[in-house]
Design a binder for this molecule. Structure first.
Ligand SMILES: Nc1ncnc2c1ncn2[C@@H]1O[C@H](COP(=O)(O)OP(=O)(O)O)[C@@H](O)[C@H]1O
Ligand SMILES: [Mg+2]
Length: 268
């Protein structure tokens, strides 16, 4: 088991942001983490990344438990590739794409250590896995948002993580860029059956066939977790939103509608 959260809570400034959450993540599992704005997704990810402590409960990350001194945050993060939107703006426009990917080995922004031919080869392979080989020598600043997202995923994989966390990777992408990203990710998942993934989103449209598990977070609590087809059902989501919704599945992809919207249209 990679992650084991047992009734954890997180209080910040007197406010309980994560409440009694339990979640187990095993090797190779591909998870959706779903929640509305403010549900606590980022806080939960910060806990998994050892950026934030818990205030209650029991937590084991990659077989490490926080002791009196706390676990070594670096030792936890060695196991995780993390891509978030705040990362995207931290690289210089003038940086070469291959260097951005290589910096993932050192978990630094920019490359300050000496780079071996083996590092370069791995970075090229990682870019190639994301379908980005032709951009190796390009300036990072010239890339579109979708292309940058793929480069940052290639970078996150340089440390050979056991868990890849993608925090809303498709936000801000147009339809084609989003679909291109999802295709690249599906290929990546197929090549790495051992890699566990947490794909964070509040759009069911982004969930592809490879993602078999879902975790619904609502106001800091676990609303439901389980197989994706049970989590992404009209029944579950209607309860989750307190609104009647309909989920459609076609071509192994999901879409979501408000039921009252359909009724209104039929009455016209
Ligand atoms: N440092 C903080 N102090 C108090 N409240 C916070 C702090 N950080 C986040 N929150 C609150 O915690 C809730 C969850 O935030 P967040 O984890 O960012 O949710 P999400 O990523 O799902 O949008 C929000 O209501 C937010 O306002
Ligand atoms: Mg967030």
């Amino acid at each position: 088991m990679l992650i084991d959260l047992n009734g954890i809570s997180r209080r910040k400034q007197g406010k309980e942001i994560i409440k009694n959450v339990s979640w187990k993540i095993n090797k190779g599992e591909k998870w959706m983490l779903y929640g509305l704005n403010g549900a606590g997704k980022t806080t939960l990810l910060n806990i998994l990344n050892a950026y934030e402590p818990i205030t209650e409960g029991d937590i084991t990350l990659f077989n490490m438990k926080p002791g009196k001194m706390g676990y070594s945050a670096d030792a936890v993060r060695d196991n995780i590739g993390f891509v978030s939107n705040s990362l995207m703006d931290r690289f210089q426009d003038g940086e070469i794409v291959l260097d951005v990917v290589i910096s993932g080995i050192f978990k630094s922004i920019g490359v300050y250590q000496s780079v071996s031919p083996e590092h370069i080869e791995r970075a090229k392979q990682s870019l190639s896995n994301m379908g980005m080989s032709s951009f190796e020598q390009q300036y990072y600043g010239y890339l579109s948002t979708g292309e940058r997202q793929k480069v940052l995923i290639a970078r996150a994989l340089m440390g050979n993580p056991q868990l890849l966390i993608l925090d809303e990777p498709a936000s801000g992408l147009d339809f084609i860029a989003r679909e291109d990203l999802l295709i690249s990710l599906d290929k990546l998942y197929n090549q790495n059956s051992e890699l566990a993934v947490i794909y964070v989103t509040h759009f069911v449209e982004e969930i592809t066939e490879s993602i078999q598990k879902g975790f619904l977070l609502k106001q800091g609590r676990r609303f439901m977790q389980g197989d994706i087809q049970n989590v992404l059902s009209s029944e579950t989501l209607s309860e989750y939103f307190n609104r009647n919704v309909i989920i459609n599945k076609q071509n192994n992809r999901y879409s979501l509608f408000l039921k009252e919207h359909n009724i209104a249209e039929n009455e016209i």
